[in-house]
Every structure is written in C-alpha cells, then in structure tokens.
Design a binder for this molecule. Structure first.
Ligand code: CP
Ligand code: NVA
Length: 311
C-alpha cells in the first residue's frame, strides 16, 4: 500500500482497496497465520466521541495481530485540556506505531497525520467514516460475489457515512445513489471530488431527493442515523424533517429483488429503519459489524508494517 495513512477512501487507488479486501479475506479465513504480524507494535486510539464497534474491533484486532492497543479518551489526555494537536501527534509518535482517531473536526485527524510521524487511521470524523465505508463494500462483496456494475443506494442524511460510501463506490466499480431530504444533501466539496472519482471509474454518482430514484435497481440499500454524534441538539428537528424517510419494507421492495440492507450501527429502529427491515432476512448488519474487525486488521497490517508467519 502506497498511502501512509487511511484518512479518506478518496486518497486510495482501486488497487489499494482491492489489496485491503484481499488481506482482510485471508485474515478472516486464517487468523492464526497473522497472530504475530504486529508483534511488539502499539496503536494509540484517541476518542473524542463514543464508540462500541470501532473501539472494540481495533483493540481486539491489535491483540489478534500480536500487538497492543491503548484507549485514550480525549477527555482524559492533555489534548482535552488544550494541549496542541501538533504536540500530541509528535509526542505520541515517539511511543506508538500507529494512531487511530475518532474526532469531531476532520482537521484534527489531518493534523495528527501532518505533525505526527506514524500512520494515522481515521476512526470517524464529522466528515468521513472510511473504515466503515470500506467494510460495507467488503461485506457487499461477500454477499453479492461481484461488485462491478452493481448499485448501492444510501437513503437519509448526507453525512460522514454518505460521503465515505460515495468515495468507496468509485473504487470498487459500483454505482452510488444518495437520496436525502432537501437541506440534508452531502457536502458539495465531497460531491465534486466523488463525482470526479466516479467519472474516472466509469460509474455513476446520483445525488437526489427521491427515494424511488435512488433505490431503483439497487443491490444494496443502506441508511444511517438522522442525527449523528454531535448533533444531539437537532434530534427533534431532524425527526420532523426526515418524516417519510424511513427505510421500510415498501422501500426495500422498490430495490432489486434479493437486495441486501446495510446499516453501520448504532441503528434507531422506528426512525431511519423499520425493525422489520433491520432485523429481517435481507439485513446483513451483524456481518458488517464483524467485518470491521477483519478490514481494520488488514489496514493496520498494511500501514504498520505487518509480517505474515512463514509456516
Ligand atoms: N459503526 C460504528 O462506527 O460504530 P461505533 O460508533 O460503535 O464505533
Ligand atoms: N453518522 C454516525 C455514524 C456512527 C457510526 C455518526 O457520526 O454519529
């Protein structure tokens, strides 16, 4: 992998994404072969926001690779008391071999990469969630067998998940359609970059306010919460603005027959998704959650200089 960091899927080539998927598949199949791949290495994990999957999958992943992970709540380290990010990045780089960070501002993660000297992995920012985006396409690959020419429809808020799925589709040869209510469209700068990525990949990126248009012919239907972390104060307003935007059985019926349903979790059943869909036969939500582990192990292995056991 040429990239030193994983900050945005936009920065990766299609070949690098394929390499991550290939290593993740091998690790999922034969985890023991990689039991000492990152022996003696440490990952520092900075969290400004809550997490279940990201925290546990990275920590367990480092353990399974023979390394160690440190949970660093931003509230408890000096960063939370105003120590500059540049100092934090340089100091941590003297101790650890990689940094994973979940932050509000995207700039915090890019600054960690700029000032530190070790690989930085974006564990979610207000702008992007690349580990989840990669994992979702990996999960789709496992279920659909082939991704090229397929279509993913994302219904809901034009948020970090929408952005990472927009970037990811172009790297795996999938058409992407994002449907949001008016006023909740994805970030225009991300749309512009993702449109260029899709044009290069000869796939389409559709941004629409129509659920029907997005799900028509979709092999994958995905949604996410209406109010992301940091937007708790807007919850009530958003519930009103997103009325009619639930992914329910009727929406799934408009997608391709046999389409799969994905959600990065945590999910709010009865809001963005009906329980019957989230817990129904088309849902692959727990495969997605599990695959965070395998995909992130592959990312850490490729970025942090992992070595496979010879025997
Ligand atoms: N999907 C995801 O990133 O979950 P957590 O917020 O629990 O880490
Ligand atoms: N969009 C959600 C994703 C959570 C994994 C958030 O940022 O809170």
């Amino acid at each position: 992998m040429k990239n030193k960091h994983l900050i945005s899927i936009h920065d990766l080539s299609a070949a690098e994404v394929a390499e991550i998927f290939d290593v993740a598949s091998k690790m999922k199949k034969s985890p023991a072969k990689y039991a000492t791949a990152l022996k003696g290495k440490t990952l520092g994990m900075i969290f400004e926001k809550s997490s279940t999957r990201t925290r546990v999958s990275f920590e367990v992943g480092m353990f399974q690779l023979g390394g160690h992970a440190l949970f660093l709540s931003a509230r408890d380290i000096q960063l939370g008391r105003g120590e500059p990010i540049s100092d934090t990045a340089q100091v941590l780089s003297r101790y650890v071999d990689g940094i994973m960070a979940r932050t509000f501002a995207h700039k915090t993660v890019t600054d960690l990469a700029e000032y530190g000297s070790v690989p930085v992995i974006n564990g979610l920012t207000d702008l992007l969630h690349p580990c989840q985006g990669l994992t979702d396409y990996f999960t789709a690959f496992e279920h659909l067998g082939r991704l090229k020419g397929r279509k993913l429809a994302y219904i809901g808020d034009g948020n970090n998940m929408a952005h990472s799925l927009m970037y990811g589709g172009a790297k795996v040869g999938m058409h992407v359609a994002i449907a949001t209510p008016k006023g909740y469209e994805p970030n225009p700068e991300v749309v512009e970059l993702a449109k260029a990525d899709h044009a290069k990949a000869k796939t389409t990126l559709t941004i629409t306010n129509s659920i029907e248009e997005a799900v028509a012919g979709a092999d994958v239907v995905e949604t996410d919460v209406w109010a992301s972390m940091g937007q708790e104060g807007e919850q009530e307003k958003r519930v009103k603005d997103f009325a009619g935007w639930q992914v329910d059985a009727a929406v799934m019926k408009k997608a391709k027959k046999g389409a799969i349903f994905m959600h990065c979790l945590p999910a709010h059943r009865g809001e963005e998704v009906a329980a019957a869909v989230c817990d129904g036969p088309q849902s692959v939500i727990y495969d997605e959650a599990e695959n965070r582990l395998h995909v992130q192990k592959a990312v850490m292995y490729l970025l942090m200089g992992g070595r496979k056991r010879k025997h």
